[in-house]
Design a protein around this ligand. Structure first.
Ligand code: WQD
Length: 339
């Protein structure tokens, strides 16, 4: 069974390709290599000994998308990761984000609705909730005004899919709202590859520990939390990848209740920044050099998932601990540093 993974050489995409291949799916990857390299394809093959079909293609090129689907009419499902995802960059370059995250989604959906049956998994984000009023956050929590153009593209993306599914009964879709994906494959052959100075916490921690960064800045310790630092739900990327396979199987087996469903993907546990640092120091047996600085604009105080819907309806739950994830991130960082 042939599954298309757009953005399949990215952080979550590559880990999902591995889990799809582990389950016997034939995978076609589309990636424009704007935020990934072909080394990732080698990493996938070295883990699974199976070579996905790879096509370098920019989904912003509508005719290229049309030609691709003409050549792959036997695709049974699509997992759509291809998008830009840096919150800060989206604020300074909104049009690039709307073009790259919205136009591409429209072009893929326009081709999917021409197929006999189509199963579509959308990479969404907990950022759609903004600062939720109630913790843990359930799928029924209100979608709030996005804090960034990036977050807005995820909200708009879900609306586009919902509206399209409303008039295309043959299009079955699931939006997966990720909390904070972290870590790397246990083989340390694939992992997160931040470009330039990392915006996210975990790569900044591991780059500081390896000596690539001088010191981690902790953005504020005066929040109303257990230790004053922000709370997030850090989910191991392999657990997240496995959730995509389970969601796809739900659609392929026609077990979905409606043709547009939403699931939160997290561990269900919130961790503060200082707790993450402590977990890292424990698994790496190092002392991390960090300092407390001012708050970062746009940060929400707390966000962690109510995972009961994914547990009950997908039969999925995360299996790795925060320490597992931090250790895998550290192993991966040491491999990157040795290359
Ligand atoms: C986590 C915590 C920071 C860096 C973002 C996107 C979200 C998703 C995941 C795509 C916060 C603190 C961070 C640093 C720090 N991306 N921090 N020093 O902002 O929760 O979520 O990435 O889907 O959509 O918004 O993740 O890792 O940037 O921050 O203190 O150098 O770590 O203040 O409390 P975030 P993050």
């Amino acid at each position: 069974m042939k599954i298309l993974v757009t953005g399949g050489l990215g952080f979550i995409g590559s880990h999902t390709v591995v889990e799809l291949q582990n389950k016997g799916y034939q995978v076609v990857i589309i990636d424009n290599l704007s935020n990934a390299s072909l080394d990732v394809l080698e990493g996938i093959v070295s883990i699974t000994n199976q070579a996905p079909i790879f096509e370098k293609l920019d989904l912003k090129d509508k005719s290229a998308v049309q030609n691709f689907f003409k050549a792959h009419q036997d695709i049974q499902g699509v997992i759509h990761f291809a998008a830009s995802k840096a919150v800060g960059e989206s604020v300074t370059n909104p049009l690039m984000y709307y073009e790259n995250n919205i136009n591409t989604l429209v072009y893929v959906l326009q081709e999917l609705i021409k197929l006999e049956v189509s199963n579509f998994i959308f990479s969404s984000s907990c950022t759609v909730y903004g600062q939720a009023d109630v913790m843990p956050i359930a799928e029924t929590a209100p979608v709030k005004l996005a804090e960034s153009p990036y977050g807005n593209t995820k909200q708009i993306g879900e609306e586009i899919i919902k509206d399209t599914c409303n008039i295309n009964a043959k299009l079955n879709s699931i939006a997966l709202r990720y909390f904070n994906p972290i870590g790397a494959h246990d083989s340390a052959k694939i992992g997160e590859l931040p470009i330039g100075v990392p915006q996210n916490l975990i790569p900044y921690i591991t780059q500081t520990a390896i000596g690539q960064r001088a010191q981690l800045s902790v953005f504020g310790d005066d929040y109303p939390t257990s230790d004053g630092t922000c709370v997030r739900d850090y989910i191991h990327v392999v657990d997240l990848a496995k959730a995509h396979v389970v969601a796809l199987q739900r659609l392929l087996n026609k077990n979905n209740q409606t043709n547009f469903e939403v699931f939160n993907l997290g561990t269900g546990t919130g961790s503060t920044v200082l707790e993450v640092i402590k977990a890292f120091e424990k698994v790496s047996d190092t002392k991390l050099n960090y300092k407390i600085v001012d708050r970062r604009q746009g940060d929400v105080i707390s966000a962690y998932a109510d995972t009961s819907k994914a547990n009950a309806e997908l039969g999925w739950k995360s299996e790795h601990t925060l320490e597992d994830a931090m250790l895998s991130a550290w192993k991966w960082q040491k491999v990157l540093h040795s290359n």
